[in-house]
Write a protein that binds this ligand. Structure first.
Ligand code: SF4
Length: 348
């Protein structure tokens, strides 16, 4: 499959008008570009505001860096005891195997770490040291493979990593975060699915999807291959201005995920990644969307709206609250229903 990687290729495919080619070259020189042809074909090039173009086609606004934006917005580096490991919470670690992705998202929170020109991934020695760290920390219950996109690795390499993790007694769960079913569904082959499914240790896959149009027939088939193999699927969605920040789109996306047997997991507030202010919303927008979801769609379709607190302080739920104390003794609370009507409840 051809992947578009340069401003010239984006122009040739009508995704960037000729007058924006020079500005696009400047953005591409700063941040990685990769757009698989099949994903590019989903973009309506006549619509300057196409939600898929906003996610994948470089925009000159990316050169607008704001003072509050951070090279490492969620503070991975401050919690990295050895190369490739982020140990932020006691019972789980991230294991970052690669800095390569099939598609480079314009809002990526690791955009300063991923793409060509950055170290491609862990060397054998660094991987051995990362696994040794996990072995040495008995409180680690879950290992989360992330990147880059771990599913860019060959089934052979993934199988070896999964086996090493599964052999560690105290590691009970392995989770993989990926955009591959959307970015390049053909890579989610039977061989790859077999490689990530290890005996005796459950593997969860969290699929990154931001717009219902990303769930094409091939993407749905890729998710079905994972689900049919008994791999539980979760979703991660980033709240993005002009992409999914209106109720109709968010509702359709959450329902489509559940129809694909993917349980909506996190709705991330946009991180303070450099050059992404044009894609961030305010928190009130996210809370209003969550209220809309709560009132209108099944409980299965409800993600948790979270903010990764800048500086490495972890995720906090920031969705709307439905319960408030009533009176000073804490005996009663006021609970709001999905229509916004408040009810008094005797709490004790
Ligand atoms: S696939 Fe994930 S890591 Fe890669 S560019 Fe997109 S958001 Fe970033």
């Amino acid at each position: 499959m051809t992947t578009l990687r340069t401003a010239a290729q984006l122009c040739e495919h009508g995704l960037v008008p000729p007058e924006r080619r020079h500005a696009t070259e400047k953005v591409a020189a700063r941040y990685a570009v990769a757009l698989p042809a099949a994903l590019a074909e989903l973009i309506d090039s006549s619509d300057r505001d196409d939600p898929l173009a906003r996610q994948f086609v470089p925009d000159v606004a990316e050169l607008d860096h704001r003072p509050e934006e951070l090279v490492d917005p969620i503070g991975d580096d401050t919690h990295s005891p050895v190369e490739g490991i982020v140990h932020r919470y006691p019972d789980r670690v991230l294991l970052k195997l690669t800095h390569v992705c099939a598609v480079y998202c314009r809002f990526c929170f690791r955009r300063e770490m991923v793409g060509p020109g950055k170290p491609a991934g862990l060397s054998s020695a660094a991987l051995a040291a990362a696994l040794e760290y996990i072995r040495s920390q008995p409180q680690i219950w879950e290992v989360i493979l992330t990147g880059g996109d771990p599913l860019i690795l060959s089934p052979r390499r993934l199988r070896a990593v999964m086996k090493s993790l599964a052999d560690i007694d105290h590691v009970k769960v392995i989770r993989i975060h990926t955009r591959m079913p959307v970015a390049d569904p053909a890579r989610v082959t039977g061989d790859l699915v077999r490689a990530i499914k290890v005996k005796a240790k459950p593997t969860y896959v969290a699929v990154h999807v931001n717009h219902p149009r990303e769930l094409t027939a091939p993407a749905r088939a890729a998710c079905a291959r994972l689900a049919d193999a008994g791999i539980p699927l979760l979703s991660q969605t980033v709240l993005l201005a002009g992409v999914n920040d209106v109720p109709d789109v968010m509702r359709e996306l959450m329902r489509a995920l559940v129809e694909c047997r993917i349980k909506p997991y996190y709705l991330h507030h946009g991180d303070l990644a450099p050059g992404t202010s044009h894609l961030r919303t305010d928190i009130a927008t996210g809370q209003d969307l969550m209220r809309e979801l709560r009132g209108r769609v099944s409980g299965l379709c409800q993600p948790t709206y979270v903010l990764d607190i800048p500086g490495g302080h972890g995720k906090s739920p920031i969705g709307p609250g439905y319960v408030a104390r009533h009176g000073s003794d804490g005996a009663q609370v006021v609970v709001e229903d999905f229509n916004g009507v408040r009810h008094l409840y005797q709490a004790r």
